[in-house]
Design a protein around this ligand. Structure first.
Ligand code: GUN
Length: 284
């Protein structure tokens, strides 16, 4: 079997266009455009690329882009004060602090300072708790974007054996909660998991987000499984690859996401979707 490709770039474009149309309709009714503040502290090169892409997407969708770059020496207190200022602004509906932050900054305290209604990353314990209790409000963008992609396969998730490889707060844990909420049987694997190849071999659906190039081997994949690769790794030759051995996995899977052009574009589109929801209470 050679897998069908889950084209995240195309699905994200479609979602961004419907968001743009909703913004135009709301602005025509006299509402202000959704305001998104992306805060980057320091000069991490990968973060600079993400933030630039977020800015482009924001501008195209007709959002008010309130991005800011703060010096790497910014103190915890200064960053908290900036968040307080953005929390109070009526024209700002979404606030995110790009991760990772410099070592002297405590990310948990920063995330908890963001007003949960403006937490468009969905990382605040309030929003994670809403997802865990099956009452989601603003859900983390990458896992929620994966759910949007999975819906495009038309395959019901109910009863599937889903294996999530990686247990981060950004990807693995909220991904497991999203899949559980759709009635999949979910196994979460991490660095202490015994016999990972066997766990993956039992999966009807496998989602991998570990940040290790080609870590999940193609011959672990069960025939006909859906394979979602959240990893984006840059190799020494400058090329990008995922966390799954793509060429071999493609021969076994029914559906697979490419890297690049799979999950990555969905994360940004879902960030815009969350910001639209925070601004107007509607979902695109
Ligand atoms: N760093 C890597 N992914 C993300 C994300 O989704 N949001 C934020 N704020 N930082 C990140």
């Amino acid at each position: 079997m050679s897998a069908q490709i889950l084209d995240g770039k195309a699905i994200a474009l479609e979602l961004r266009e419907s968001i743009q149309q909703e913004v135009e309709a709301q602005v025509a009714k006299g509402k202000v455009p959704p305001g998104l503040a992306v805060i980057l502290v320091g000069e991490d090169p990968a973060s600079q690329v993400y933030v630039k892409n977020k800015k482009i997407a924001c501008d195209k969708a007709g959002f008010n882009d309130v991005s800011m770059v703060l010096p790497a020496e910014t103190s915890q207190a200064e960053l908290l004060a900036k968040i307080d200022e953005l929390n109070a602004r009526e024209d700002v509906h979404g606030i995110i602090v790009q991760l990772p932050v410099p070592d002297h900054i405590d990310p948990e305290e920063i995330i908890e300072r963001i007003d949960p209604k403006k937490d468009v990353d969905g990382f605040h314990p309030y929003n994670m708790g809403r997802l865990a209790t099956r009452l989601p409000e603003l859900a983390p963008c990458t896992p929620h974007g994966v759910m949007t992609m999975l819906a495009k396969t038309g395959i019901p998730l109910r009863g599937l054996n889903a294996v999530v490889v990686g247990a981060s707060n950004i990807v693995g844990v909220p991904m497991a909660l999203e899949l559980l909420n759709e009635r999949a049987t979910v196994t979460v694997c991490h660095s202490a998991t015994k016999d990972l190849p066997q766990k993956v071999a039992e999966a009807d659906l496998v989602v991998v987000g570990v940040g290790i190039p080609n870590m999940v081997k193609g011959d672990w994949i069960k025939d006909g499984a859906i394979v979602i690769d959240v990893g984006i790794n840059r190799l020494d030759d400058g090329s990008l690859c995922g966390d799954v051995e793509y060429d071999k996995a493609k021969e076994k899977a029914s559906w697979i996401t490419p890297v690049p052009g799979g999950v990555g574009p969905m994360t940004i589109a879902t960030l815009l979707q969350n910001t639209l929801q925070a601004a107007y209470g509607v979902k695109a």
